[in-house]
Design a protein around this ligand. Sequence first.
Ligand code: HAM
Length: 515
Amino acid sequence: MSDATAKKEERRKFQAIKGTRDIRPPETALWNRVEQTAHEVFATFGYGEIRLPIFEPTELFARAVGGETDIVSKEMYSFPDRSLDAPAEILTVLELSTYLSGIHSAIEDGEIRRTEQNAKVIDRFLKEWEVFPAELKKQQGVVDISPLVPRLYTLLRAAQDVFDSVSLRPEATASVCRAYLEHGMQSLPQPVKLYYMGPMFRRERPQKGRYRQFYQIGAEVLGGTDAPAIDAEVIEMLMAFFDKLGLQGATLYINSIGHNADNCRRGYIEKLRTELAKIKDNLGPDSQRRIDTNPLRVLDSKLESEQPYIEKLPRIADHLCPDCAAHYAEVKRQLQVRGVLYQENWRLVRGLDYYMRTTFEITAPGLGSQNAVCGGGRYDGLVELLGGPPTKGIGFAIGEDRLILSLQECGKGQVQQGRDVYIAWMGEKAYAAAIHAAKDLRKAGFSVELPPLEQKFGKALGQADKLGAKYALILGDNEVSEGLWTLKTLSTGEQAKFPEPDLLEFLRQQKNVSS
Ligand code: HAM
């Protein structure tokens, strides 16, 4: 690297990685309000919070969400659990032996799982390791490794594959099911109702409302019955949450995609495939590909030119088995009983493989093309797919970033900002009194700004204004010796003098009046 390039590198300004962003004050106050409301509303429905790891084995998501889905096949951030990149070429004995010792200690520490496939590589490695020259193991000395080279290469390549791949979670339903099994939650009273919130990661093309690190608030109901009342109550809770936040114009879409049987979804998919084959030439390349891989996803297409053809395709509602049809009818009836308005959308199939029967999505205004603020559905086979007993499951996840955007768009994004009290002090004695006043006010729950340096009162009041303070407490040495403190209401300019103990009481009363 030339000196100039090195200098340029040094001066490099770091920026958040594409698709990620900093959520800053005052907006974070709105995020906190949304999250606090979720805690409160979900608790009233008997849900408990679960905090999950940010990364999990790649295999968990591949199995749960589906290896063929966009999320797993294109969008996951995956990496080997332990990165021991083999040297591209064996350049030095030191490099080689460092790498091999790394693998050896990973085996010793049990960091390489002894799966059937790994076991062969591990055993072979340990056998070879036994006969490697001691100097090589100790990473010292001059050793002629040329006779070992071909064997080493094969071994190195195999060793690369034995480290588990982990992924930043693209969603959390798979993790909740994993946790349900891992902690034997089947033995708790069923169903188990859990909710979570936090960041998810998908390597999508960023745009308004679509990020690579985004945040979800989700809930899952696991175990017990699959009674339609559960589906309806999950949706009712969701709508109660949006209602409490004051979100306006949210629309709930529902559908049933049946279950995986010949007389239900499987039979429908075959019919769909046959019909799609007939109109193949009128479809775009994505949909053409999906005729083979996942015909249901064609229904999701937003491509303008395909719409007239898709509208004429057979509809799943006409192909549900009697049980799924009855379940769907009862979900709708239960929603009506609960006063939840919905629209049916036969094209709502969702982009994750684990769904069956009820699926739903909620759109909200002000979001442009990424207008789904929540998605969810029933996934009765998922726990079993992850190695557990047959278990019913249903849940949803809200895109928190989008929810915030929509709240801001509909004018419900304001949160109280600024300080309650700015303490304008001048003089040594006043400063000591100011410190005590700040302590007492903060203890009583007021937000207080205590400037660290003395300022002229005029400047201090200007600063109080800029920070959006409601009151300025004016403390000079006179006020302190008189024991009468001056409180200025900044919006009106009114001033009043209070003995110290009355001040707190006055502020308390004012707060009660305004809240
Ligand atoms: P999902 O539809 O993939 O479902 O995501 C749920 C919501 O997360 C979406 O409706 C959207 O609001 C938000 N979202 C997804 N991707 C992004 C992104 N790149 N940027 C911003 N927001 C995004 C699930 O994740 C399922 N686990 C939901 C579920 C829970 N089903 C059953 N239980």
